[in-house]
Ligand binder design. Structure first.
Ligand code: NDP
Length: 332
Protein backbone atom coordinates (compact mmCIF):
# COMPACT_ATOMS: atom_id res chain seq x y z
CA UNK A 1 0.00 0.00 0.00
CA UNK A 2 1.52 3.28 -1.14
CA UNK A 3 0.83 6.19 1.25
CA UNK A 4 1.11 9.95 1.13
CA UNK A 5 1.13 12.06 4.29
CA UNK A 6 -0.94 15.23 4.02
CA UNK A 7 0.48 17.28 6.88
CA UNK A 8 3.99 17.34 8.37
CA UNK A 9 2.55 16.90 11.85
CA UNK A 10 3.61 15.68 15.27
CA UNK A 11 1.04 12.89 15.31
CA UNK A 12 2.42 11.52 12.05
CA UNK A 13 6.00 11.73 13.33
CA UNK A 14 5.26 10.26 16.76
CA UNK A 15 2.75 7.54 15.91
CA UNK A 16 1.48 7.22 12.35
CA UNK A 17 4.65 6.89 10.28
CA UNK A 18 5.64 3.92 12.43
CA UNK A 19 2.14 2.47 12.28
CA UNK A 20 1.87 2.76 8.49
CA UNK A 21 5.26 1.13 8.04
CA UNK A 22 4.51 -1.46 10.71
CA UNK A 23 1.40 -2.47 8.77
CA UNK A 24 3.47 -2.91 5.62
CA UNK A 25 2.69 0.46 4.06
CA UNK A 26 5.21 2.33 1.90
CA UNK A 27 5.23 6.10 2.55
CA UNK A 28 6.08 7.79 -0.76
CA UNK A 29 5.54 11.48 -0.05
CA UNK A 30 4.65 14.15 2.49
CA UNK A 31 2.90 17.51 2.06
CA UNK A 32 3.61 20.67 4.04
CA UNK A 33 2.42 24.23 3.38
CA UNK A 34 6.11 25.14 3.39
CA UNK A 35 8.45 23.63 0.78
CA UNK A 36 11.55 23.69 2.99
CA UNK A 37 9.67 22.10 5.86
CA UNK A 38 8.33 19.43 3.52
CA UNK A 39 11.85 18.58 2.41
CA UNK A 40 13.26 18.60 5.94
CA UNK A 41 10.42 16.44 7.29
CA UNK A 42 10.80 14.01 4.38
CA UNK A 43 14.54 13.73 4.99
CA UNK A 44 14.11 13.28 8.74
CA UNK A 45 11.62 10.45 8.28
CA UNK A 46 13.16 8.69 5.28
CA UNK A 47 10.38 9.71 2.88
CA UNK A 48 11.42 10.11 -0.76
CA UNK A 49 9.41 13.18 -1.72
CA UNK A 50 8.30 16.36 0.01
CA UNK A 51 5.65 18.57 -1.61
CA UNK A 52 4.17 22.00 -0.93
CA UNK A 53 1.47 21.55 -3.60
CA UNK A 54 -1.26 18.96 -2.98
CA UNK A 55 -2.32 18.83 -6.65
CA UNK A 56 1.27 18.00 -7.66
CA UNK A 57 1.51 15.35 -4.96
CA UNK A 58 -1.71 13.68 -6.11
CA UNK A 59 -0.87 14.09 -9.81
CA UNK A 60 2.33 12.05 -9.33
CA UNK A 61 -0.09 9.12 -9.34
CA UNK A 62 2.07 6.98 -7.05
CA UNK A 63 -0.30 6.77 -4.05
CA UNK A 64 -3.09 4.40 -3.04
CA UNK A 65 -4.03 6.18 0.18
CA UNK A 66 -3.45 9.40 2.09
CA UNK A 67 -3.31 10.11 5.80
CA UNK A 68 -4.54 13.64 6.61
CA UNK A 69 -3.17 15.21 9.82
CA UNK A 70 -3.06 18.91 9.09
CA UNK A 71 -4.83 21.45 11.31
CA UNK A 72 -8.57 20.85 11.35
CA UNK A 73 -9.74 23.51 8.88
CA UNK A 74 -7.66 21.88 6.12
CA UNK A 75 -9.08 18.35 6.45
CA UNK A 76 -12.18 19.00 4.31
CA UNK A 77 -10.60 20.57 1.20
CA UNK A 78 -7.64 18.17 1.31
CA UNK A 79 -9.88 15.11 1.68
CA UNK A 80 -12.08 16.27 -1.20
CA UNK A 81 -8.99 16.67 -3.44
CA UNK A 82 -7.65 13.25 -2.46
CA UNK A 83 -11.02 11.59 -3.08
CA UNK A 84 -11.31 13.31 -6.48
CA UNK A 85 -7.89 11.82 -7.28
CA UNK A 86 -9.11 8.34 -6.32
CA UNK A 87 -7.19 7.90 -3.06
CA UNK A 88 -8.43 6.07 0.01
CA UNK A 89 -8.47 8.47 2.98
CA UNK A 90 -7.57 8.02 6.62
CA UNK A 91 -8.40 11.39 8.19
CA UNK A 92 -7.66 12.81 11.60
CA UNK A 93 -10.39 13.91 13.93
CA UNK A 94 -12.32 16.14 13.90
CA UNK A 95 -13.10 15.33 10.28
CA UNK A 96 -14.03 18.92 9.45
CA UNK A 97 -15.10 22.26 10.87
CA UNK A 98 -18.79 21.44 10.32
CA UNK A 99 -20.94 18.33 10.28
CA UNK A 100 -22.18 19.27 6.78
CA UNK A 101 -18.60 19.26 5.40
CA UNK A 102 -17.88 15.94 7.11
CA UNK A 103 -20.99 14.42 5.53
CA UNK A 104 -19.93 15.75 2.12
CA UNK A 105 -16.47 14.18 2.31
CA UNK A 106 -17.68 10.83 3.61
CA UNK A 107 -20.42 10.64 0.96
CA UNK A 108 -17.90 11.59 -1.75
CA UNK A 109 -15.63 8.71 -0.73
CA UNK A 110 -18.58 6.30 -0.69
CA UNK A 111 -19.69 7.43 -4.16
CA UNK A 112 -16.15 6.91 -5.48
CA UNK A 113 -15.89 3.44 -3.94
CA UNK A 114 -13.03 4.49 -1.68
CA UNK A 115 -12.34 3.48 1.92
CA UNK A 116 -12.65 6.37 4.39
CA UNK A 117 -11.46 6.04 7.98
CA UNK A 118 -11.41 8.38 10.99
CA UNK A 119 -8.33 8.07 13.19
CA UNK A 120 -10.10 7.62 16.53
CA UNK A 121 -7.33 5.69 18.27
CA UNK A 122 -9.09 4.87 21.56
CA UNK A 123 -11.45 2.23 20.14
CA UNK A 124 -8.29 0.37 19.05
CA UNK A 125 -6.95 0.14 22.60
CA UNK A 126 -6.84 -3.27 24.26
CA UNK A 127 -8.38 -1.65 27.34
CA UNK A 128 -11.38 -0.30 25.47
CA UNK A 129 -11.83 -3.55 23.53
CA UNK A 130 -11.93 -5.41 26.85
CA UNK A 131 -14.42 -2.93 28.31
CA UNK A 132 -16.60 -3.12 25.20
CA UNK A 133 -16.59 -6.94 25.33
CA UNK A 134 -17.53 -6.98 29.03
CA UNK A 135 -20.43 -4.58 28.47
CA UNK A 136 -21.63 -6.51 25.39
CA UNK A 137 -21.45 -9.79 27.34
CA UNK A 138 -23.84 -8.31 29.91
CA UNK A 139 -21.37 -8.44 32.76
CA UNK A 140 -22.63 -5.16 34.24
CA UNK A 141 -26.25 -5.57 33.15
CA UNK A 142 -28.06 -2.63 31.59
CA UNK A 143 -25.99 0.55 31.44
CA UNK A 144 -27.28 3.31 33.71
CA UNK A 145 -24.55 5.91 33.34
CA UNK A 146 -21.04 6.70 32.15
CA UNK A 147 -18.41 9.07 33.51
CA UNK A 148 -15.52 10.10 31.27
CA UNK A 149 -12.47 11.79 32.80
CA UNK A 150 -10.37 13.27 30.01
CA UNK A 151 -8.77 16.30 31.65
CA UNK A 152 -5.05 16.34 30.81
CA UNK A 153 -2.20 18.84 30.60
CA UNK A 154 -1.50 19.73 26.97
CA UNK A 155 2.21 19.04 26.37
CA UNK A 156 4.20 22.24 25.60
CA UNK A 157 5.06 20.95 22.10
CA UNK A 158 1.34 20.94 21.26
CA UNK A 159 0.59 24.36 22.81
CA UNK A 160 0.15 26.16 19.48
CA UNK A 161 -2.98 26.42 17.34
CA UNK A 162 -5.03 24.28 19.76
CA UNK A 163 -4.93 27.15 22.29
CA UNK A 164 -5.19 30.31 20.23
CA UNK A 165 -6.61 29.64 16.79
CA UNK A 166 -10.34 28.98 16.48
CA UNK A 167 -10.05 29.24 12.67
CA UNK A 168 -7.71 26.21 12.68
CA UNK A 169 -10.12 24.26 14.88
CA UNK A 170 -8.48 25.02 18.22
CA UNK A 171 -10.14 24.38 21.56
CA UNK A 172 -10.63 21.37 23.79
CA UNK A 173 -14.11 20.59 22.38
CA UNK A 174 -13.00 19.81 18.81
CA UNK A 175 -9.82 18.22 20.12
CA UNK A 176 -10.98 15.90 22.89
CA UNK A 177 -14.79 15.80 23.09
CA UNK A 178 -14.79 14.04 19.69
CA UNK A 179 -12.67 11.21 21.15
CA UNK A 180 -14.96 10.87 24.16
CA UNK A 181 -18.06 10.85 21.96
CA UNK A 182 -16.55 8.11 19.82
CA UNK A 183 -15.55 6.04 22.84
CA UNK A 184 -18.98 6.30 24.47
CA UNK A 185 -20.65 5.32 21.17
CA UNK A 186 -18.22 2.40 20.88
CA UNK A 187 -19.07 1.03 24.33
CA UNK A 188 -22.79 1.68 24.42
CA UNK A 189 -23.60 1.02 20.75
CA UNK A 190 -25.93 4.02 20.63
CA UNK A 191 -25.69 7.71 19.77
CA UNK A 192 -26.16 10.62 22.19
CA UNK A 193 -29.51 12.39 21.81
CA UNK A 194 -29.01 15.74 23.49
CA UNK A 195 -26.51 17.55 25.67
CA UNK A 196 -26.02 20.34 28.17
CA UNK A 197 -22.57 21.87 28.62
CA UNK A 198 -20.44 24.58 30.18
CA UNK A 199 -17.00 25.49 28.81
CA UNK A 200 -14.35 27.81 30.14
CA UNK A 201 -10.78 29.05 30.11
CA UNK A 202 -8.66 27.79 32.98
CA UNK A 203 -5.15 29.02 32.27
CA UNK A 204 -4.05 28.14 28.75
CA UNK A 205 -6.77 29.01 26.22
CA UNK A 206 -6.44 32.34 24.39
CA UNK A 207 -9.64 32.89 22.44
CA UNK A 208 -10.75 29.26 22.70
CA UNK A 209 -12.03 27.10 25.54
CA UNK A 210 -9.46 24.93 27.30
CA UNK A 211 -11.95 23.13 29.56
CA UNK A 212 -15.44 21.69 29.23
CA UNK A 213 -17.95 19.71 31.25
CA UNK A 214 -21.07 18.24 29.67
CA UNK A 215 -23.91 15.79 30.25
CA UNK A 216 -25.44 13.73 27.45
CA UNK A 217 -28.59 11.62 27.28
CA UNK A 218 -28.65 8.31 25.38
CA UNK A 219 -31.62 6.64 23.64
CA UNK A 220 -31.61 3.83 26.24
CA UNK A 221 -32.04 6.38 29.02
CA UNK A 222 -28.41 6.10 30.14
CA UNK A 223 -26.73 9.38 31.10
CA UNK A 224 -23.14 10.39 30.32
CA UNK A 225 -20.99 12.91 32.18
CA UNK A 226 -17.81 14.09 30.40
CA UNK A 227 -14.93 16.32 31.50
CA UNK A 228 -12.24 17.49 29.08
CA UNK A 229 -9.41 19.92 29.74
CA UNK A 230 -5.94 20.97 28.54
CA UNK A 231 -4.90 22.36 31.94
CA UNK A 232 -5.01 19.52 34.47
CA UNK A 233 -1.45 18.45 35.21
CA UNK A 234 -2.31 16.03 38.00
CA UNK A 235 -5.58 14.43 36.96
CA UNK A 236 -5.44 10.89 35.64
CA UNK A 237 -7.84 9.98 32.86
CA UNK A 238 -10.60 7.46 33.39
CA UNK A 239 -13.70 5.84 32.00
CA UNK A 240 -16.41 4.43 34.25
CA UNK A 241 -19.58 2.58 33.26
CA UNK A 242 -22.25 1.82 35.86
CA UNK A 243 -24.82 -0.89 35.18
CA UNK A 244 -27.69 -2.64 36.93
CA UNK A 245 -25.50 -5.66 37.80
CA UNK A 246 -22.02 -4.19 38.08
CA UNK A 247 -19.59 -1.42 37.27
CA UNK A 248 -16.46 -1.00 35.20
CA UNK A 249 -13.94 1.44 36.61
CA UNK A 250 -11.00 2.07 34.28
CA UNK A 251 -8.08 4.40 35.03
CA UNK A 252 -5.45 5.95 32.73
CA UNK A 253 -7.20 4.59 29.63
CA UNK A 254 -7.88 7.79 27.64
CA UNK A 255 -4.36 7.70 26.29
CA UNK A 256 -2.29 6.96 23.19
CA UNK A 257 -0.24 4.27 24.94
CA UNK A 258 -1.47 0.70 25.57
CA UNK A 259 -1.69 1.18 29.34
CA UNK A 260 -4.22 1.51 32.16
CA UNK A 261 -6.16 -0.55 34.69
CA UNK A 262 -9.69 -1.92 34.44
CA UNK A 263 -11.66 -3.08 37.47
CA UNK A 264 -14.97 -4.91 37.17
CA UNK A 265 -17.07 -4.66 40.33
CA UNK A 266 -20.23 -6.70 41.01
CA UNK A 267 -21.94 -8.68 43.79
CA UNK A 268 -19.26 -11.33 43.19
CA UNK A 269 -16.54 -8.87 44.23
CA UNK A 270 -13.87 -7.05 42.26
CA UNK A 271 -11.68 -8.38 39.49
CA UNK A 272 -9.07 -6.80 37.23
CA UNK A 273 -9.92 -7.28 33.57
CA UNK A 274 -6.99 -8.42 31.43
CA UNK A 275 -6.36 -6.68 28.10
CA UNK A 276 -4.06 -6.80 25.10
CA UNK A 277 -1.21 -4.25 25.07
CA UNK A 278 -0.90 -3.95 21.29
CA UNK A 279 -0.13 -0.60 19.59
CA UNK A 280 -3.39 1.33 19.05
CA UNK A 281 -2.34 3.03 15.82
CA UNK A 282 -0.93 -0.14 14.27
CA UNK A 283 -4.26 -1.89 14.82
CA UNK A 284 -6.02 1.03 13.11
CA UNK A 285 -3.69 0.73 10.12
CA UNK A 286 -4.02 -3.04 9.86
CA UNK A 287 -7.82 -2.74 9.77
CA UNK A 288 -7.61 0.09 7.23
CA UNK A 289 -5.38 -1.96 4.91
CA UNK A 290 -7.73 -4.95 5.23
CA UNK A 291 -10.73 -2.74 4.38
CA UNK A 292 -8.98 -1.57 1.21
CA UNK A 293 -8.51 -5.23 0.33
CA UNK A 294 -12.24 -5.77 0.78
CA UNK A 295 -12.09 -7.35 4.23
CA UNK A 296 -14.02 -5.69 7.05
CA UNK A 297 -14.12 -2.01 7.81
CA UNK A 298 -11.80 0.58 9.34
CA UNK A 299 -11.77 0.66 13.15
CA UNK A 300 -13.68 3.95 12.91
CA UNK A 301 -15.20 4.76 9.53
CA UNK A 302 -16.50 8.01 8.07
CA UNK A 303 -19.90 7.72 9.72
CA UNK A 304 -18.19 7.32 13.10
CA UNK A 305 -16.21 10.49 12.36
CA UNK A 306 -19.36 12.40 11.43
CA UNK A 307 -21.11 11.29 14.61
CA UNK A 308 -18.27 12.17 16.97
CA UNK A 309 -18.06 15.60 15.35
CA UNK A 310 -21.83 16.03 15.64
CA UNK A 311 -21.69 15.40 19.40
CA UNK A 312 -18.80 17.87 19.79
CA UNK A 313 -20.70 20.46 17.74
CA UNK A 314 -23.74 20.02 19.99
CA UNK A 315 -21.57 20.38 23.11
CA UNK A 316 -20.04 23.58 21.69
CA UNK A 317 -23.48 24.98 20.87
CA UNK A 318 -24.90 24.02 24.26
CA UNK A 319 -21.96 25.69 26.02
CA UNK A 320 -22.37 28.85 23.93
CA UNK A 321 -26.13 29.16 24.26
CA UNK A 322 -26.68 27.68 27.69
CA UNK A 323 -29.44 25.62 26.13
CA UNK A 324 -30.01 21.87 26.12
CA UNK A 325 -29.10 20.97 22.53
CA UNK A 326 -30.20 18.09 20.34
CA UNK A 327 -27.34 16.43 18.43
CA UNK A 328 -27.75 16.98 14.69
CA UNK A 329 -26.11 14.06 12.87
CA UNK A 330 -26.48 15.67 9.45
CA UNK A 331 -28.89 13.04 8.20
CA UNK A 332 -26.57 10.02 8.53
P1 NDP B 1 0.76 19.68 14.66
O1 NDP B 1 0.66 21.06 15.20
O2 NDP B 1 1.95 18.86 14.97
O3 NDP B 1 0.63 19.70 13.07
C1 NDP B 1 -0.39 20.41 12.41
C2 NDP B 1 0.26 21.25 11.31
O4 NDP B 1 1.07 22.23 11.94
C3 NDP B 1 1.17 20.42 10.44
O5 NDP B 1 0.43 19.90 9.36
C4 NDP B 1 2.24 21.44 10.05
O6 NDP B 1 1.86 22.14 8.88
C5 NDP B 1 2.25 22.42 11.18
N1 NDP B 1 3.43 22.17 12.03
C6 NDP B 1 3.64 21.18 12.89
N2 NDP B 1 4.84 21.30 13.50
C7 NDP B 1 5.41 22.41 12.99
C8 NDP B 1 6.64 23.07 13.19
N3 NDP B 1 7.56 22.61 14.06
N4 NDP B 1 6.89 24.17 12.48
C9 NDP B 1 5.99 24.65 11.60
N5 NDP B 1 4.80 24.07 11.37
C10 NDP B 1 4.51 22.97 12.05
O7 NDP B 1 -0.59 18.97 15.05
P2 NDP B 1 -0.88 17.55 15.65
O8 NDP B 1 -0.04 16.48 15.08
O9 NDP B 1 -0.90 17.66 17.10
O10 NDP B 1 -2.40 17.36 15.11
C11 NDP B 1 -2.67 17.24 13.73
C12 NDP B 1 -4.03 16.65 13.53
O11 NDP B 1 -4.06 15.35 14.13
C13 NDP B 1 -5.18 17.42 14.18
O12 NDP B 1 -6.33 17.29 13.37
C14 NDP B 1 -5.40 16.69 15.48
O13 NDP B 1 -6.74 16.82 15.95
C15 NDP B 1 -5.08 15.28 15.12
N6 NDP B 1 -4.52 14.47 16.22
C16 NDP B 1 -5.03 13.23 16.45
C17 NDP B 1 -4.53 12.42 17.42
C18 NDP B 1 -5.04 11.04 17.58
O14 NDP B 1 -4.55 10.31 18.44
N7 NDP B 1 -5.99 10.60 16.79
C19 NDP B 1 -3.46 12.91 18.33
C20 NDP B 1 -2.94 14.21 17.96
C21 NDP B 1 -3.46 14.94 16.95
P3 NDP B 1 2.39 21.68 7.46
O15 NDP B 1 1.86 20.31 7.25
O16 NDP B 1 1.82 22.71 6.55
O17 NDP B 1 3.90 21.71 7.57
Amino acid sequence: MRWGLIGASNIAANHMIGAIRGAGGDIRSVLSADADRAKAYAAEHGIAKGYADLDAMLAADDLDAVYISTTNEKHFPQAMSAIAAGKHVLCEKPLAMSVADAVTMVRAAEAAGLVFGTNHHLRNAGTHLAIRDAVAAGRIGDVLSVRVFHAVYLPPVLQGWRLDNPAAGGGVIPDIVVHDADTVRFHLGEDPVDVVAIDGVSGLGKGVEDSCMSVWTMPSGAMVMAHESFTHAHARTGFEIYGTKGAIVARNVMTQAPVGEILLRSDAGEEALPYSDHNLYLRSLNLFHAAIQGQGRPAADGIDGIKSLAVAAAVAKAAKTGQRTTVDYGGV
